[in-house]
Design a binder for this molecule. Structure first.
Ligand SMILES: Nc1ncnc2c1ncn2[C@@H]1O[C@H](COP(=O)(O)OP(=O)(O)OP(=O)(O)O)[C@@H](O)[C@H]1O
Ligand SMILES: [Mg+2]
Length: 511
């Protein structure tokens, strides 16, 4: 007898339907799994056997063959325990094939038949929705996350017995629902605020521009000048996530297993600040069972790299392609995975090993060669991908002793929101483009046209600063954002001049 059960696999951040076929025939008792299973899938045999035995179910003394179709894609992880087990139950006539139709099964089994949560439930339920599968039966711990998808009936179960009683119609598991609007309305709330930062108006302005257009930003300054403090407050002025963006971000965190248990939908932009000891794989993603890296976990949010020169060289270089393309591509046996990473990079660093190069109040003890060696850890190509270079000067005592006249985050965010609304209207027809930083060449031609005077200024800067073509384009995008912040239809000289000024700092430090 053959049973056919629907389940799901993951390819990058998207789910694809996997059909689990279970065949029992005469012959020597055996239990084989075919269809490119990895070690964890092969181990399913032992878990299914024990779970059935411990739930008092008969295990067939037959030749059992399980096929996971499509057979050409590698299947990973323990999620096929449940569909394989249900297929066995159909073959043993414990439940009918009919009762399992129009239903996707996902879940890892314990030896006692309890259901354990799986990673990537959200994208898999989204795949069920896309394939028109009506019901999903999955572990109770994944219910919240799965219920975010509209149009699919989610039936969460704690153990195998509950599922059997559900399929037999003895004790149907009620549909689990969640109010997505309410989850989403939790909104942005932070215990920190830009009002805590005294002075540093030029840095705040640069971060406002970065937030408004989704641009990358580098902060350079001596120890204790407030670089970390400023960068950490960036999320407080970022625009709210749209529902579509929130689903994309949540999908990635669902696959990585970093979704907090009580948060089925991430409603705030991620802010990731990995330690500088992170590996290239930790940052970009990959691994034996591929997982998204920090750069993808920061999708639609901020990747903050504090103490940038302390990161190892290959970690920094691996970011170059993803930063440019907004996607990480990982080659696998027989397939290529991609994880999106439309991320704002914010980096902070001291200008030299002792930290005081360029500081008016301290003498730098590094030699010229030491300074260049330290700065040399940040390669030209990486620097070229950073749109705003900002020098953070030590805070003046007069600024520090002032009381409470710093602008609060809410006021800055209002301006950022207004600039983003203009961009939203501008890119309404282009899927996947949300901010100026993501414009392609054609869009730049259309939206960043310059007048005669502006062209002259840009040409002068291009020659004087020895800019690359990439820097030239990035300056135009930043200028577009500054014009949007000012509510201007065309890029004016003052907008362009400010954008160019953010690219002149690297000439001061890097020679
Ligand atoms: N502009 C400021 N207003 C108020 N407090 C500040 C300001 N700048 C710095 N501080 C105080 O100094 C502390 C140290 O700042 P922070 O850690 O951000 O410095 P940093 O530039 O990152 O230094 P390092 O280069 O050593 O990492 C902050 O926690 C804060 O208490
Ligand atoms: Mg710091």
């Amino acid at each position: 007898m053959i049973a056919t059960i629907q389940s799901c696999g993951l390819m990058g951040i998207d789910g694809y339907i996997v059909t689990v076929e279970v065949d029992t025939g005469n012959g020597m008792p055996a239990f084989d799994v075919v269809g490119l299973p990895d070690a964890a899938v092969k181990e399913s045999r032992e878990r299914v056997r024990a779970a059935m035995k411990n739930c008092g179910l008969p295990f067939p003394l037959k030749h059992v063959t399980v096929n996971l179709a499509p057979a050409n894609i590698r299947k990973e992880g323990p999620i096929y325990d449940l569909p394989i087990c249900v297929g066995m139950l159909v073959c043993c006539e414990q439940v009918s094939q009919q009762s399992t139709e129009h239903t996707m099964f996902l879940g890892e089994l314990s030896l006692t038949g309890e259901l354990r949560p799986v990673m990537g439930a959200l994208p898999m339920v989204m795949a069920a929705q896309a394939a028109g599968i009506q019901n999903v039966i999955l572990p109770a711990a994944n219910a919240l996350e799965a219920a975010v998808v509209s149009g699919v009936h989610v039936h969460p179960a704690n153990n195998l017995t509950e599922i059997i009683r559900h399929l037999r119609g003895e004790a149907p598991i009620p549909r689990f629902t969640v109010d997505t609007a309410q989850l989403f309305a939790r909104g942005n709330q932070y215990p920190i605020d830009f009002a805590d930062v005294k002075g540093q108006e030029n840095v705040k302005r640069a971060l406002e521009v970065a937030a408004a257009g989704g641009h990358n930003c580098l902060l350079i300054g001596p120890p204790g000048s407030g670089k970390t403090m400023l960068a950490q407050r960036l999320p407080t002025i970022l625009p709210n996530l749209s529902f579509g963006e929130a689903l994309e971000v949540t999908k990635i965190h669902s696959i990585a297993g970093t979704l907090p248990p009580d948060t089925p939908l991430l409603a705030t932009r991620p802010f990731r600040s990995p330690h500088h000891t992170i590996s290239a794989m930790g940052l970009a993603g990959g691994g034996r069972i591929p997982k998204p890296g920090e750069i993808s976990l920061a999708h639609h949010g901020v990747l903050f790299l504090d103490e940038l020169p302390e990161f190892s060289k290959d970690v920094l270089e691996v970011m170059r392609q993803p930063l440019e393309n907004g996607v990480v591509t990982i080659a696998r046996v027989g397939a290529t995975l991609s994880y999106p990473c439309n991320t704002m990079l914010i980096a902070a660093m001291n200008p030299c090993k002792c930290g005081y190069y360029g500081d008016p109040n301290h003498t730098c003890t590094c030699s010229e060669a030491q300074i260049q060696q330290y700065l040399g850890r940040i390669s030209g190509p990486l620097l070229d991908r950073i749109d705003l270079h900002v020098e953070v000067s030590p805070v003046a005592f007069s600024d520090l002793s002032k009381r409470g006249d710093s602008e609060p985050s809410a006021a800055i965010k209002e301006r950022v929101d207004r600039a983003r609304a203009i961009q939203q209207a501008r890119f309404a027809d282009t899927e996947g483009v949300y901010a100026n930083a993501q414009m392609n060449e054609r869009q730049m031609e259309q939206f960043c046209a310059l007048g005669k005077q502006e062209q002259n200024i840009l040409k002068m800067a291009f020659d004087r600063l020895g800019l690359s073509a990439r820097a030239h384009n990035r300056i135009l995008k930043v200028a577009r954002t500054i014009a949007d912040l000012a509510g201007a239809e065309h890029i004016g000289t003052e907008h362009l001049a400010e954008a160019i000024q953010y690219r002149s700092l690297d000439r001061k430090f890097w020679r």
